[in-house]
Design a protein around this ligand. Sequence first.
Ligand SMILES: [Ca+2]
Ligand SMILES: [Ca+2]
Ligand SMILES: [Ca+2]
Length: 130
Amino acid sequence: MRLFAGLFLSILTAVASTAMAQTRLPTPSTEQIFEQFDEDGDGVIDEIEFRVNIIRVMGLLDTNRNGVVDRDEVALTDERFAQADRNGDGKIDGVELIETPFLGFQAFDLNGDGQVTLDEFLQAVEQLRN
Ligand SMILES: [Ca+2]
Ligand SMILES: [Ca+2]
Ligand SMILES: [Ca+2]
């Protein structure tokens, strides 16, 4: 479970810094990140909202603005990076990021009903941190 924690925490940090810029709160909680993902504010994250935010986060990680996450743009071991970089071209593109097992929608929608609740989000993040 620890394999993608580095990538996920990079993403949380990236989302968090966006939230901080908007709200000036010192350290966004997981609940605040959930609210950031819940675009329409209906209290659940659907798959579209999830993907939109993962792609948005990818834009934040992509510091040299070449449209993909390069090896030096994310804190991952070689082994972890290789698992995310499925076609082995040394870059993580949007499709690869969305399909990364630990970052995919299915990893968060624990009961498989097509919506991620705050409880599910908190549980999934907790699992990533263990
Ligand atoms: Ca929503
Ligand atoms: Ca790739
Ligand atoms: Ca669910």
